[in-house]
Design a protein around this ligand. Structure first.
Ligand code: MG
Length: 384
């Protein structure tokens, strides 16, 4: 299962008031769309995220992009926007897609999980709330009443098997559909209803903003204070012919080299894996397969900067990293300061948050016999 999320944010709607479209208005100091994005980017089971934006909003969207997050320009209406995003997923390994309204910034992890859970057994699934208020027809006065039994208020994300939902959108008539469930049903897809959430409101009217601010504040007050993660990494590279080594981003003259598919910077590999580990998002080999010739001889800062940008995209900051190099030779002490400085630069953190140290194994084992170098790393990530 490879899951993509599409966040629709191309509308120009200004019913909610304000100077800019509602998805770009600030809510608790961040754009509405950034809150919605964080709900999906914070999950390890979402592989790619597409923001569907208006062409005028490219600069606004730039700050939200990350390794998994890209933008697609929307179309003339909502359906055309979704279709553009679905087409962008063609040719990827996506097997299911969540389509979410970028103006629903308070979508919870639980709602997303319920939709994904129902997709295990249905080609479509969407959250909704049973209508509990009485329903009237009328204008200034009530002219009639409607039965509410069996009626639901639809929410997002609406999830579907891919490419079935792409086919459904391609086949859909030009008649405007209220949402993607309507498009899916027109194509014969069965859509399960899962429990929605009263707080998963769609910002539509001016009063919705202060309400969303209150809900966010309450969530922060009652939720876990912060998410603190510790990840570890371990790596070994074998000595081979050469006249230098790369260790923690430093080129060190040495009568042998380290063998590997990339530049074999064992310290940077261990640290990258520690960050992936803290995120529970795999390891270097998963993101940069050794079978892919693009990474042959690659400088290892590519892996480290990918790992840290994945952390940032998921809302985490790196607060500390500790790397231990295990070898008899070369002596690490004279290079440790420059190694710390380079890692701190690549990770955009202060050098006081980065430790590089070394140990020998008292001439025991492969490191002791000087057959290769091992490295251990620990990374601590914090999400407020
Ligand atoms: Mg390695």
């Amino acid at each position: 299962m490879t899951t993509a999320a599409i966040l629709t944010a191309a509308g120009r709607g200004t019913r909610a008031g304000g100077e800019c479209p509602k998805q770009w208005r600030l809510l608790a100091g961040r754009p509405v769309l950034a809150h919605a994005l964080a709900a999906f980017a914070g999950r390890a089971d979402i592989s790619r995220i597409i923001l569907v934006i208006h062409p005028d909003d490219r600069a606004l969207a730039a700050s939200l992009l990350g390794p998994r997050t890209s933008v697609v320009v929307g179309g003339a209406d909502r359906a055309a926007s979704v279709r553009n995003a679905l087409r962008a997923l063609r040719g990827t390994d996506t097997t299911r897609v969540l389509i979410h309204d970028g103006a629903r910034p308070l979508v919870s992890d639980a709602v997303i999980s319920r939709v994904l859970g129902a997709l295990e057994t249905h080609p479509g699934a969407a959250p909704a709330l049973a209508v509990t208020d009485a329903l009237w027809r009328g204008g200034a006065t009530v002219t009639g009443t409607l039965p509410r039994a069996g009626l639901f208020r639809a929410q997002t994300p609406q999830g579907f098997a891919f490419p079935a939902i792409l086919d459904a959108h391609e086949a859909h008539s030009t008649a405007a559909a209220a949402d993607d469930v309507e498009v899916a049903r027109a194509a014969g897809l069965d859509v399960a209803i899962v429990a929605g959430d009263e707080d998963n409101l769609k910002l539509t009217w001016p009063d919705d903003f202060p309400r969303a601010e209150r809900l966010l504040a309450a969530r922060t007050a009652k939720g876990p204070p912060m998410d603190i993660r510790t990840g570890n990494g371990f790596d070994v590279h074998r000595f081979g012919p050469g006249d230098h080594l790369w260790l923690c981003g430093q080129r060190i003259a040495f009568p042998r080299g380290l063998q590997g598919h990339s530049d074999a910077d064992v310290g940077m590999h261990a640290l990258s894996d520690a960050i992936y580990g803290a995120l529970a998002m795999g390891d270097i080999g998963q993101h940069f397969p050794p079978s892919d010739p693009r990474w042959k001889g690659a400088a290892s800062h590519v892996f480290l900067t990918h790992a840290i940008s994945l952390a940032r995209e998921s809302g985490f900051a790196l607060t500390h990293a500790d790397v231990t190099l295990i070898c008899e030779q070369p002596r690490i002490g004279p290079h440790a300061g420059a190694m710390r400085a380079e890692l701190a630069r690549l990770l955009s953190v202060d050098i006081t948050r980065i430790s590089v140290k070394a140990t020998t194994t008292e001439r025991l084992g492969f490191a002791g016999r000087e057959e290769g170098i091992a490295a251990l790393a620990t990374a601590t990530l914090v999400r407020p």
